[in-house]
Ligand binder design. Sequence first.
Ligand SMILES: *Cc1c(COP(=O)(O)O)cnc(C)c1O
Length: 447
Amino acid sequence: MMEHLRHRLSLPEPPLGRPGDVAELDVALKDAIGAEPRPAADVLRTYAEKLEPTVVSCDHPAYLAFIPGAPTKAAALFDMVVSGSSLHGISWLEASGAIAAENQVLRLIADLAGLPESAGGCFVSGGSAGNLSGLVVARDTGRHRLGLTGHAPVRIAVSDQVHSSVGNTLRILGIDSLLVPTEDHRLTDAAVRTALDAAEYDGGAPVVAVVATAGTTNAGIIDDLAGVAAQARARGLWFHVDAAYGGGGLFVPEVRARMAGIEHADSLVVDPHKWMFAPFDCGALLYRDPRPAKAVHTQDASYLDAIHGDGAGTDDLEWNPSDYAYHLTRRPRGLPLWFSLAVHGTDAYRDAVAHGLRIARYAARAVERTDGLELLREPELSVVLIRRAGWRPRDYHAWCKRLLAAGTAFVTPTVWEGETVARIAFLHPGITEETVDRVLGSLLSDD
Ligand SMILES: *Cc1c(COP(=O)(O)O)cnc(C)c1O
């Protein structure tokens, strides 16, 4: 297995991969698990020959679909150390050194965002888990502030561009959204003001929080964070910022400036497994004031009393990540990022993020120069939306299939303003202008 990993990590780029065939995979797995033992080498061969080729490599430089992942080798290798060491990252009692290092990374992200010294939180599996855990605290804190009972209906204001995981969260939490229309896909001060004013008289439940997005997944659009924060502050509402994708941009001063207002977040979600080059699965969740989060999330079980200290007064410093999200058992998944940040230094992260921004602008200029292609929006981050003249939805889908089958690139179409279009998401520091040219060129041919 070490050799397998050494080989994969030594390749200049991994195979792009392809989706598997259901029947073939059934055959490959038919007798994989039986009552009798099997040699590990045989089982590994099944994986390497039959399973691995049917996984599309998110860390291939030409993986340009959804949001790619591109873990550094340092982080990927250290993830193996974490996995092999049975680190139980729930409590200071069991994993203090690992948690201290994770907290060092959380502090670094808090500093990039401009959150106060009090800020703290934990690593969770990703943006979805972060949004859920953060918004539970927003809901319960809001109810408490308004003197409402534990089940009283409340609402959370979200834009019509908010990530699907926030919609899921509200459904799980059993609360309604106050849907705020965007202006040119961006949540603005004025739109939030109008919606919140109207919500006071519409007979609905009180609004307790506002969610803003720092980098929408579909198009990389950054909401007017300062304006939305001001509206939330003025009304005593919780301000949650979903920067799951865009958070990596905090490393680049020019992007950080466009995220002005993020420092007012009461809760903030950043996915290091996206633009901070950490392996899956790694989401960072930060609270401006962790105390209400602890009150909401700490699990009460007599066998857990031991992790909450002896009352000697150091409990606040002995940090239990299990107190800041809905989880209990967790791997200290922030450690691979800690190791990689230390090995590479933060300047390398800034430069790697800047490369994604630069290549997106390169692609945008190339699209503008090309007859038959139309740039649908100037990229704010690293997503480029393109219309191909004359194409219908099935042409875009066929284009994606062709590119993947040829091993050229993995792209997926999206829907923009009701129309199916091409979407290219950059992130990998190894993506070259040549690959961009090749992918754009493939939009011009029908075969
Ligand atoms: C990816 C993403 C999420 C969900 O994160 P997961 O890590 O996939 O759970 C939430 N919000 C935004 C803006 C995202 O880009």
